[in-house]
Design a protein around this ligand. Structure first.
Ligand code: FES
Length: 124
């Protein structure tokens, strides 16, 4: 796969219509993370169930195609996961979820903004 794959249909669809975008009426934690390179932010809210698995997740914030698609695709994939499973997620996992093999370093920061928010929110 090449860099042009970041603009393939599924990614564009997630960027244009991000899943789980918005705010939760009740949540267990909230965390705001920004990309220092561009200033884009993601604010994340998470509601856990009795087993401490992610029950609901929502985010607000703006950013580029890659950051919005990554947030949408990553957050869809973490529902039902435990905190321990979230802690183990890597940058490679985000690329795998997006179906991308590699990104430039600056694009990688965009793709990892949502993972940073998720992990820092959980350990804070
Ligand atoms: Fe800001 Fe991608 S350019 S997150």
């Amino acid at each position: 796969m090449s860099i042009s794959d970041i603009y393939r249909e599924e990614i564009l669809d997630h960027a244009k219509n991000p899943r789980n975008q918005g705010k939760l009426s009740e949540f267990d934690f909230e965390y705001k993370e920004n990309n220092p390179v561009c200033g884009d932010t993601i604010t994340l809210q998470i509601k856990l169930d009795e087993q401490k698995q992610i029950k609901e997740i929502a985010f607000t914030g703006g950013g580029c195609t890659v950051s919005q698609a990554a947030a949408s695709m990553l957050f869809e994939s973490v529902k039902g996961k435990t905190m321990k499973e979230i802690e183990k997620l890597s940058s490679q996992d985000v690329l795998d979820i997006m179906g991308i093999e590699t990104l430039t370093p600056s694009r990688m920061k965009c793709a990892l903004l949502s993972l940073e928010a998720l992990k820092k929110g959980i350990i804070k």
